[in-house]
Design a protein around this ligand. Structure first.
Ligand code: ATP
Length: 369
């Protein structure tokens, strides 16, 4: 990136995806308003289950090309339970984007904010601050329905493929170590844990072998390995001890929801999907059909995903004001919780999507003086 003008493709998608993306755009606008030296230029693309129902297409024509040409993609949520392909699978154009754009690093931060619900009785639960790094282009999702790679033998048997390649795994582990280094600079623990099932699967032993190979290049980072079942247990017993957890796609899918649940639920589960040349930012939650149109959606996951997008654009471009804007969003969320100015309905509070968004925008404006 050599410019200060960034083209952002926005796909709001389905259900609460629309509301939380609007919230994120409002907060981004507030955070960027006073910061000079860059401009975000948005273009909205249609896509998702409702769009599929109307048009028979998952995304607007040319959407993939436009997404490929953008500096970043901001996505809401895709999918509606009432809309399915003939084989029963969901409309999932975002899974194809992951593959086309090679977004191999799925980053899902899990952080306990003050006064947010704590699911664990132990006081140390307030110290939870970890990242699930989920490989997002292969693993067991290599044969996810959208890719049409499952082997279907009549009505008798279905076989899926779990793929672990050296090229992707090296990049993934390097990404994890660099992420731990970056977090260490900001006061993080400087640890990476490889989560696998190396005792049972050759593919997982390979994943772990490459982890150790790459670890040698990052002597400042502490390493450990954990089997995925033990990791699930440890996330309940001692989640505050972990920093970066790196794992295969399907394990990451499950573990990130478990970890998200420890700090309040899906409404705060932000997510970045990053490749060597592209980045897509979206809340980890779905379209939440049960609360559509009720102003109950917690927009924080989308808002924090927006902050991750600014951070990513800063990393790629070196424009400092972007990092500053990202920090202003994170600080507003932190302060909003400590001062009880953020009280989402999702957490039993009195603020719907609109009110939470307004509270964050006010906090950003006030901190900007
Ligand atoms: P997907 O498979 O697309 O991730 P899902 O069917 O697993 O989606 P979600 O749509 O994420 O599920 O919803 C799971 C539960 O979490 C629902 O009860 C939903 O209302 C709740 N939920 C999800 N996102 C939010 C949010 N932002 N605010 C409040 N509740 C939410």
């Amino acid at each position: 990136m050599t410019t200060n003008r960034f083209n952002i493709v926005v796909i709001k998608g389905d259900g609460i995806g629309v509301d939380v993306t609007n919230a994120a755009l409002e907060v981004l606008e507030a955070a960027c308003r006073r910061r000079r030296g860059f401009a975000l230029v948005y273009s909205e693309l249609s896509g998702g289950a409702a769009y599929y129902r109307e048009t028979g297409r998952e995304m607007a024509p040319d959407a993939e090309k436009k997404a490929e040409a953008a500096d970043a993609i901001l996505l809401g949520a895709i999918g509606l339970p009432s809309v399915r392909h003939a084989n029963g699978t969901e409309v999932s154009p975002h899974l194809r984007l992951r593959e086309i754009l090679q977004l191999y690093a799925g980053i899902r931060p899990v952080k306990a904010y003050p006064n947010a619900p704590k699911m664990l009785a132990d006081d140390r639960a307030s110290e939870i601050d970890l990242v699930v790094l989920r490989e997002s282009t292969e693993g067991l999702f290599y044969s996810a329905a959208i890719h049409n790679r499952s082997v279907v033998i009549g009505d008798e048997e279905v076989r899926e493929t779990l793929k672990i390649s050296r090229a992707t795994t090296e990049r993934l582990h390097d990404f994890g170590f660099r992420l731990a280094q970056k977090r260490k600079q900001r006061g993080g623990k400087g640890k990476v844990t490889c989560v696998d099932k190396a005792n049972v699967f050759q593919s997982m032993a390979f994943f772990r072998k490459i982890f150790h190979e790459r670890a040698r290049f990052y002597p400042d980072i502490e390493t450990s390995c954990n089997y995925v079942d033990a990791q699930a247990l440890d996330l309940i017993r001692r989640p505050w001890e972990f920093d970066v957890l790196v794992m295969e796609n399907m394990f990451g899918d499950i573990i990130s929801d478990l970890a998200g649940g420890l700090v309040g639920g899906m409404g705060i589960a932000c997510c970045a999907e990053i490749g060597d040349d592209h980045g897509l930012f979206q809340p980890a939650h779905g379209s939440a059909p049960d609360i559509i149109g009720q102003d109950k959606a917690n927009p924080l996951a989308a808002i924090l995903s927006g902050a991750m997008m600014l951070d990513y654009l800063h990393d790629r471009s070196g424009v400092e004001a972007l990092a500053d804007a990202a920090l202003s969003i994170e600080a507003a969320v932190q302060r909003g919780f400590s001062e009880k100015r953020i009280r989402p309905v999702e957490y039993g509070g009195d603020q719907g999507t609109v009110a939470v968004t307004k509270a964050i925008v006010d906090l950003i404006r006030r901190s900007d003086g």
